[in-house]
Ligand binder design. Structure first.
Ligand SMILES: [Zn+2]
Length: 89
């Protein structure tokens, strides 16, 4: 049985991306189909309510997950595995 917290076992059902970055890349692709896309520049951090994905390029919220009153022990275990700080979670 695979480890549910292993990064290799996590397959995203949907890619989280900045809609402004996506639109800019689509526009650039129309002008230069062989050009390079601007890479994502996202920051992920904990908030008092959950997790937030932030586009550093556009200084905008991309995604926010609120955990409500759910147990965050799984998140703390995952942070410990990837080296994040869970001390103040
Ligand atoms: Zn963006």
């Amino acid at each position: 049985m695979s480890d549910p917290l292993s990064p290799k076992s996590i397959i995203p059902a949907e890619v989280v991306e900045c809609l402004i970055c996506k639109a800019e890349n689509e526009t650039a692709r129309r002008h230069d189909p062989d050009g390079d896309e601007a890479p994502a520049l996202l920051q992920i951090g904990r908030t008092p309510l959950g997790l937030q994905v932030w586009c550093l390029r556009h200084d905008t919220n991309v995604y926010h997950v609120e955990f409500g009153k759910h147990d965050l022990s799984v998140l703390r275990m995952f942070e410990a595995q990837i080296g994040g700080s869970a001390a103040d979670a």
